[in-house]
Design a protein around this ligand. Structure first.
Ligand code: ZN
Length: 67
């Protein structure tokens, strides 16, 4: 997995997003140090791509977008 293009960015509303290859992911749930992120188009395009981070490192990723 090439993670060189992973960037943490801030949305206009001040939320933290993860940007990978032009796709952005927003935090959906946080449990302790583990965060689940879903593609930011999840709600309007029903994209199911998601990833998990633990202590700010990506531990699991399903980078499978429908757009
Ligand atoms: Zn997507």
């Amino acid at each position: 997995m090439n993670l060189q293009s992973v960037k943490y960015v801030k949305s206009k509303r001040g939320k933290t997003l993860i940007s990978i290859d032009g796709y952005t992911f927003c935090a959906q749930s946080v449990i302790g140090m583990k965060t689940r992120w879903i593609c930011s188009t999840h709600n309007n395009k029903r994209c199911r791509a998601s990833l998990h981070t633990f202590d700010n490192e990506i531990v699991k990723m399903k980078n499978d977008h429908n757009h």
